[in-house]
Design a protein around this ligand. Sequence first.
Ligand code: NAI
Length: 344
Amino acid sequence: MQIAFFDAKPYDIPAFEKLGRENGISITFLDTKLNRDSVALAADCQAVCVFVNDRVDAEVIDRLHERGVALIALRCAGYNNVDIKHAFGKVHVVHVPAYSPHAVAEHAMALLLTSVRRIHKAYNRTREFNFSLTGLTGFDLHGKTVGIVGAGKIGCIFGEICRGFGMKILANDPYPVDMPGFAFVGLDELFEKSDIISLHCPLTAETEHLIHRESIRKMKKGVVLLNTSRGKLIDTEALIDGIKERKIGAACLDVYEEEGNIFYNDFSGHIVDDDLLARLISMPNVIVTSHQGFLTEEALQNIAETTIRNVMTFLQGDRLCENELCYHCGKIEHCIRERMGKCF
Ligand code: NAI
């Protein structure tokens, strides 16, 4: 098995190299992202391994299929960047459903604490021997209400962490779960009552721009908005206006709508050609991290192990790959995996 590994970063390579070698899989690590321009690099490979900002649209899938690529192995949970409907019948798609939901939930809390206790400002000040406290007043999290949109693996862990801080938990999810201390409510009620709103749902046609002008209008004045899920959940222009109008008190963003060509790259010596991102970063009450919620040693190891296991299961052919995705996913009545071992 030969795999073309797109958008490879130095922190990805050691675990994949080791596990690939142990399992007889040859991996070619490529700096470039997978897209229409780079798809030719997958020639002679049976599989491609991709991440969150590779663009695997219908054209890329057709060209992979023409070249004999049989498997797209996502080394992440979210798969909004892959046209899985178009892939059905052509190229199998597997993902890593959970590698460390704790990593992302803990990052969300790190962002929240940094923001509300002004740690980012204090850090810069004391490095310049400025020990003034003016402008650093925060607020207690204890007793505040957090609204969690998407109470899946990450959302539930984030909620438990918040409960440890003595916060009240409101949650919104089409499939409510039984979690101690969680009150499931409609989105409007969550927007109206939450002091902090944290997004943990996937990006779908339904959730794109879930946070827009009208939803911001319903929120409490001074609300803190956290997004560690996907950038397109938020309409960035509406967010910037909400901050300028002092409606949104702070925003903590690990993801950004147009992050694809920016995040994971070093532009420190360049002018970044994205005025909305530049405006956000210039705001004192906005913290941006570059999609690093997943980046812990535990998560990287789990990602590599699960991805290689997915590939091996696919290669062996006769076993059910529990992490295969198709556009029927979740619709039991259409599922042929139980009979066929694969989605098609
Ligand atoms: P999950 O599948 O366990 O949970 C997602 C939850 O969202 C489910 O309970 C689902 O019912 C709910 N949901 C779906 N549609 C919804 C809607 N319209 N409104 C409210 N809730 C809805 O997924 P998990 O592992 O908790 O991951 C959540 C998201 O986190 C992923 O989709 C991904 O976008 C993001 N993520 C971000 C990472 C980062 O590094 N920042 C790393 C890993 C995931």
